[in-house]
Write a protein that binds this ligand. Structure first.
Ligand code: FAD
Ligand code: NAI
Length: 466
């Protein structure tokens, strides 16, 4: 069967690529080895984690915040099975949505593992071992990423879990030991803490969320500690003894030194993800990889083999669903003869804890390292009317603008709803806007985004409410 495009993998990169290609008139097929479409994001990533974050946040609110608002309800009780079912419904709804969109756009789906067997040839092996070969002018690899393994620690997805197991624990662990204070550790650590677990996070570096703005990292850590999370920084887990009823983790200073033992019921390994290329036949096909095992591509997502392209987590760049989606659109447009493009300077990142942590563009550390002169405007949510009304005043907005041109170079937000607020910063930056542009844009009152406007005013030292 001949197609103009075959996409291997149907995560946010692959399924969006297929839809955009079909919209542009390309005869498109997708190959997916999992029983359902949607990839990591819809099945075991963004969507299920956000469903549990939402449910657990309301659980915590019901227990702690309702009474002071005059809402008298009995102390909430946890029905974990129902909460996990709520999460499953979120997955099912989203996965069905992708099915629907494939049908609507006349995209043919093949369930099985795809292997590139030559120029324009993909062999698909289904669950029963039956194979068929598809042919296409172009192949897009969108096979995503997998959990990074930790040497000497065997993930069984029951007691020693990755994010996948941490989304389906059948009971709340008394003590959850998280390895890695990155996005997954903090999001899923928050979920289980809110519904009753004691959570200890062991982090190799000297702070949480490496890579984010330094001030944001410090504030975030303080807030998570206030919520009851314990951090063991500059430390590493070197082994987990699984022989007893509770797990015994050996924790050492990162630089070496005396070890201590931490007992836990469940250990979550969240030390990053690695590109997934197993079984794709890339070596045989002659496709080059980079030094970190990612598929090497040029600015147009082309590999060194003509007709083979790659996007999403499997190539360079942040492992984020929206980055994969935008690359999916870009490559489809390029293959259809248009000028597809992604602006890597404006990719927002959000940690969906409470408060949320969101950023786009450069951090102060980035700008200092690049010797760029900048002005800073900061505004705390304690001075924002709506945040005060809701009694959700943790956090701040920080805007970094070029000292000469006032162009906004980075925006960082710690606060309730930061993930939604970062969008206006991204739009502004996409248009090359200045802090003054943002400061002179009328924002509805009373809203949290007024803090973004005030931070923009603070760049020129003229914030009103501070
Ligand atoms: P994937 O979504 O990984 O999809 C790849 C697909 O390819 C899979 O379905 C796989 O089965 C299939 N595949 C692989 N090999 C083959 C083969 N040989 N043949 C056929 N099919 C194959 N990102 C965000 O932006 N926001 C979030 O809130 C967020 N939350 C996350 C929470 C968790 C717990 C995790 C683990 C990740 C989260 N991410 C989040 C990251 C996000 O899931 C990824 O960045 C995104 O899924 C990458 O999309 P992708 O299309 O590149 O790959
Ligand atoms: P991460 O890269 O965000 O964090 C890993 C953390 O583990 C880092 O702080 C790192 O210093 C630490 N670490 C590494 N090795 C260690 C060791 N041996 N001992 C102790 N600590 C160690 O990776 P994470 O949290 O696993 O998430 C993977 C990716 O998934 C993220 O980078 C992100 O791209 C994506 N994701 C995005 C989400 C979002 O956008 N909200 C949510 C969840 C995941």
């Amino acid at each position: 069967m001949a197609y103009e495009l075959i996409v291997i993998g149907t995560g946010p990169g692959g399924y969006v690529c297929a839809i955009r290609a079909a919209q542009l008139g390309l005869k498109t097929a997708v190959v997916e080895k999992s029983p359902t479409y949607g990839g990591t994001c819809l099945n075991i990533g963004c969507i299920p984690s956000k469903a549990l974050l939402h449910a657990s946040e309301l659980f915590e609110e019901a227990g702690h915040s309702f009474a002071k608002m005059g809402i008298g309800v009995p102390a909430p009780t946890l029905d974990l099975k129902a909460m996990l079912n709520f999460k499953q419904e979120a997955i099912d709804g989203n996965v069905k949505g992708v099915d629907f969109l494939f049908k609507k756009n006349k995209i043919e789906g093949f369930k099985g593992t795809g292997k590139i067997t030559g120029a324009g040839k993909v062999e698909v092996t289904d669950a029963d071992g039956k194979t068929q070969t598809l042919e296409a002018k172009a192949i897009v690899i969108a096979t995503g990423s997998d959990v990074a393994k930790l040497k000497g620690i065997e993930i069984d997805e029951k007691r020693i879990v990755s994010s996948t197991g941490a989304l389906t624990l059948p009971e709340v662990p008394k003590h959850l030991l998280v390895i890695g204070a990155g996005v997954i550790g903090l999001e899923l650590g928050s979920v289980w803490r809110r519904i009753g677990a004691k959570v200890t996070v062991v982090e190799f570096l000297d702070g949480v969320l490496p890579g984010m703005d330094g001030e944001v990292r410090k504030q975030a850590q303080r807030l998570f500690e206030k919520q009851g999370m314990t951090f063991k920084l500059s430390s590493k887990v070197t082994g987990v003894d699984t022989s007893g009823k509770t797990l015994k983790a050996t924790v050492e200073p990162a630089k070496g030194g005396a070890a201590e033992t931490i007992e836990a019921d469940v250990v979550l390994v969240s030390t990053g993800r690695v590109p997934y290329t197993e079984g794709l036949g890339l070596k045989e096909a002659g496709v080059k990889m980079d030094e970190r095992g990612r598929v090497a591509v040029d600015h147009h997502y082309a590999t060194n083999v003509p007709g083979i392209y790659a996007i999403g987590d499997v190539i360079v760049g942040p492992m984020l669903a929206h980055k994969a989606e935008d690359e999916g659109v870009a490559i489809a447009e390029i293959l259809a003869g248009q000028a597809g493009h992604v602006n890597y300077d404006v990719i927002p990142a959000v940690v969906y804890t409470m408060p949320e942590i969101a950023s786009v563009g450069k951090s102060e550390e980035d700008l200092k390292a690049a010797n760029v002169a900048y002005n800073t405007g900061k505004f705390p949510f304690t001075a924002n009317g709506r945040a005060k009304a809701n009694q959700q005043t943790d956090g701040f907005v920080k805007i970094l603008a070029d000292a000469k041109t006032d162009r906004v170079l980075g925006v960082h937000i710690v606060g309730s709803d930061a993930g939604n607020m970062i969008a206006e910063a991204a739009v502004l930056m996409e248009f090359g806007g200045s802090a003054e542009d943002l400061a002179r844009t009328c924002h509805a009152h009373p809203t949290l985004p007024e803090a973004v406007k005030e931070a923009a005013m603070a760049v020129a030292k003229r914030a009103i409410h501070m």
